[in-house]
Ligand binder design. Structure first.
Ligand SMILES: [Zn+2]
Length: 461
């Protein structure tokens, strides 16, 4: 039988928000294994590298030039019977590298039930009837918006930023403040429900603002950001905003307005958590979580689906009423949006790996379609052996150089190389770098699906 290790050729999309030319990690990675007619153009944006079987941009086996989709359909043992019975003859997940220069649309992904309804009603804008949980791991410093800010922060902005208050309306702002005042931190369920209802009301009123009002308010907002950034700040002893520095807040508003002039998203910003991730830090987006990516290079893993409900920072179809109805309106500090990795017990490290502080960390969101293991092998000779699992994997190298071995097949690995590893195959990776200095780390991310029977707590219910 053929050894289940395939080097993949992966395509890169050229959306307008992508980083340009060599700046784009997605483009550089794609170029390492590209078709012969691919060269990185200096002025062109490159947004997303796609690794998987999605028919819109399917990865290919380098050796035979067959699509991975074709190969797993032909040989379902590559996926495992369990996975192919449950998800059909394709990968349950789509693995990507995103290189973000300009904000992506403010969006949320429907849960399974809503996805079915939207798809039945409007199949053109909602092409799938599936949910789309997403996980993001930063490869370079990342900025994004995710979930609603703690209520005290929202109240602060409503009071400090006059154009925001005008846009939502004086009455709506007063009503909101009256309900949440003194109850911002309450953990009483009835109180929290009242807070969420109040948040839904004021947020919906913002989202339904008339275009001419948005334009007038955004002119005022940008003038404030440019001329008196201090007005974005809080007084000593008052609530801390995120970011805490008013100049930084004002800078983000100015930058976003440069990307999307007069966009409603400029005001949505004051309702959502601003989140920054350092390389290796992650966040998981549950169904119905509002979010937007602002900048950075990231690894993204998602269930294989294309359902997005958008409302701002986008020229695409917007569906504000669906968005405002579907959100959960949970509000929490950003620390609660992050997904902390834990040690992955199914990797064995050799002595060199141990002594150099190498690690294999598992990012395990509460869904069954995917998990990701990040492995750092810190010195030449450091080696990690992954147990075979009952499901498929895709591995990408983001740093350093090494080798990958399955059975008696060994392949060289460099930054940007992507491999498919079939079900049940034990896989060994090794750092083969020059061994000089601290820059010799060999880093890989391995996305996989293994059906362990863990409940689909978040999205399925
Ligand atoms: Zn998303």
């Amino acid at each position: 039988m053929q050894i289940p290790l395939l080097r993949l050729q992966c395509g890169v999309n050229s959306y307008d928000w992508g980083k340009v030319g060599q700046e784009s990690a997605a483009a550089r990675y794609a170029a390492t294994t590209a078709a012969s007619d691919f060269t990185i153009e200096a002025e062109k944006p490159y947004a997303e590298l796609w690794m998987g079987t999605h028919p819109s941009l399917p990865s290919k086996d380098v050796e035979t030039q067959r699509t991975l989709l074709d190969m797993v359909q032909d040989n379902q043992a590559l996926l495992s019977t369990e996975v192919s019975e449950r998800y059909g003859s394709r990968l349950p997940f789509l693995f990507k590298v995103l290189s973000i220069r300009k904000a992506l649309s403010i969006q949320a992904h429907p849960n399974k039930k809503l996805a079915e309804q939207l798809h039945a009603r409007d199949p053109r804008n909602y092409p799938d009837d599936n949910h789309k949980p997403e996980m993001t791991i930063a490869i370079t410093p990342f900025e994004g918006l995710c979930g609603f800010r703690p209520l005290a922060e929202i109240t602060h902005f409503l009071q400090a930023i006059e154009p925001l208050r005008k846009l939502v309306g004086q009455q709506a702002a007063n009503d909101f403040e009256q309900i949440v005042k003194g109850n911002e931190e309450s953990e009483d369920e009835d109180v929290m429900q009242r807070n969420k209802d109040a948040l839904r009301t004021i947020f919906t009123s913002l989202m339904e603002s008339a275009p001419e009002n948005i334009e007038a308010a955004s002119n005022e907002l940008v003038a404030l950001a440019e001329n008196s950034p201090a007005s974005f700040g809080t007084l000593p002893g008052d609530v801390e905003t995120n970011p805490a520095n008013p100049r930084q807040l004002a800078e983000i508003i100015t930058r976003l307005n440069g990307q999307f002039p007069h966009d409603l998203g400029l005001f949505v910003f004051f309702f959502l958590n601003f989140i920054t991730l350092e390389p290796g830090e992650a966040m998981f987006l549950k169904a119905d979580d509002i979010h937007a990516y602002v900048s950075g290079d990231i690894i993204e893993c998602m269930a294989s689906s294309d359902n997005v409900v958008r409302a701002g920072f986008t020229p695409k179809f917007k569906d504000i009423s669906t968005l405002t109805q579907m959100l959960t309106y949970s509000y929490a500090p950003i620390e609660e949006q992050k997904l902390r990795p834990k040690d992955y017990p199914f990797t064995v490290l050799n002595a060199t790996a141990y002594s150099s502080g190498s690690s294999s960390l598992l990012y395990d969101p509460p869904i069954e379609e995917f998990s990701v293991v990040k492995t750092d092998l810190n010195r030449t000779g450091a080696k990690a052996t992954f147990d075979g699992i009952v499901g498929p994997s895709i591995l990408i190298c983001t740093r350093g150089s090494g080798s990958i071995t399955v059975g008696h097949k060994t392949e060289e690995v460099k930054e940007g190389y992507v491999f498919f590893i079939g079900a049940d195959a034990e896989c060994v990776i090794q750092n083969t770098g020059s061994g000089e200095g601290e820059d010799d780390v060999f880093t890989t991310y391995k996305a996989f699906c293994e059906l362990t029977g863990k409940e689909d707590m978040v999205n399925g219910h």
